[in-house]
Design a protein around this ligand. Structure first.
Ligand code: SF4
Length: 300
């Protein structure tokens, strides 16, 4: 059913987003509501019968989560999707991926956007690897070793991920590795949904720069955040998803498309090594997609 965005509200929302862009804010996530109702910009998508199919409120200082942005993108036709049309990121005018990633890192700064900044992190763990990698691994968040060293997947789980990569016939340096959240959750707890939604726009920008052919989501948190869907690992694994990071236009000539596969997080495989065979099946599926030669027998 065709849907339209009220033109007046669209203009108001576009002006607000431009204002934020001019201040260097490109990613939008949720913040507590404003005290004054007049400070809240509201956009509604309505169907032909006048029924509201989506109501979007944008508060002062609020930024939009990938989930919320995806909901907007689904409800509003592409030509009316002002969030895609207006919020061009600074790195999008840079062709060198090393420089583009540096811009994103600088944009992240000494980030205090979510509570994880004050829960004992030693440093932000941005991401590591080949800035032109065909294959990218995305985990959940840094652990103690990663927090200490400033690099993702360097602890025991990282050793297993290295073995997984090696079993595929490539090296760690050939892939790009990052996490959904860039600061260590205290006690290695699972990051909260709000933390994932706040941090993941930066990961989306990293993916848009690296342009991998395949992203492998390691574990349920990575899979659910990237795909903006909720399902069990059993339902998520065993297939490819067409993936386009939030902020990349559907008709972007610089985006060649990307497939996303889901497998178990190496930390889970350390706890339950019986699942390694299943993880290897996932990686073999990825290797086939990338035209890589599969070893003759189970390698994990
Ligand atoms: S987890 Fe991400 S959003 Fe939260 S403080 Fe760290 S870098 Fe910022």
């Amino acid at each position: 059913m065709p849907r339209t965005l009220d033109p007046e509200l669209r203009r108001a929302l576009a002006a607000r987003i431009r204002y934020y862009n001019e201040m260097g804010i490109y990613d939008f996530y949720r913040r507590p509501p404003a005290e004054h109702a007049e400070d809240v910009a509201t956009a509604m998508a309505v169907d032909e019968a006048g029924t509201t199919v989506l109501e979007l409120k944008l508060y002062p200082g609020e930024e939009m989560s990938p989930r919320k942005a995806a909901a907007v993108a689904r409800a509003i036709p592409v030509e009316e999707n002002i969030f895609e049309a207006i919020a061009l990121k600074p790195e999008q005018s840079v062709s060198d991926p090393v420089k583009a990633l540096k811009i994103i890192r600088e944009d992240l700064g000494d980030c205090t956007r979510c509570v994880l900044h004050k829960q004992g992190r030693k440093q932000i763990v941005f991401g590591v690897g080949n800035p032109k990698a065909e294959l990218m691994f995305v985990g959940e968040g840094p652990g103690a070793d990663e927090d200490a060293q400033g690099e993702p997947f360097v602890g025991r789980a990282g050793q297993l991920l290295n073995n997984m990569i090696k079993a595929m016939g490539i090296s760690r340096e050939q892939v790009y590795i990052a996490n959904i959240v860039k600061c260590r959750p205290p006690g290695n707890r699972t990051p909260e949904r709000e933390e994932c939604e706040t941090c993941s726009p930066f990961l989306m920008r990293q993916i848009a720069v690296v342009k991998p052919k395949v992203v492998v989501a390691l574990g349920a948190v990575a899979a659910k955040t990237l795909l903006a869907m909720s399902a069990s690992m059993m339902q998520l694994r065993g297939r490819f998803y067409e993936f386009r990071p939030t902020g990349v236009h559907s008709n972007d000539p610089n985006w060649d498309g990307c497939k996303l596969a889901v497998t178990y997080h190496p930390a889970f495989l350390l706890r339950d090594p019986r699942q390694k065979g299943e993880a290897w099946k996932d990686l073999q599926m990825v290797m086939k997609e990338l035209g890589m030669k599969a070893p003759a027998k189970d390698a994990l």
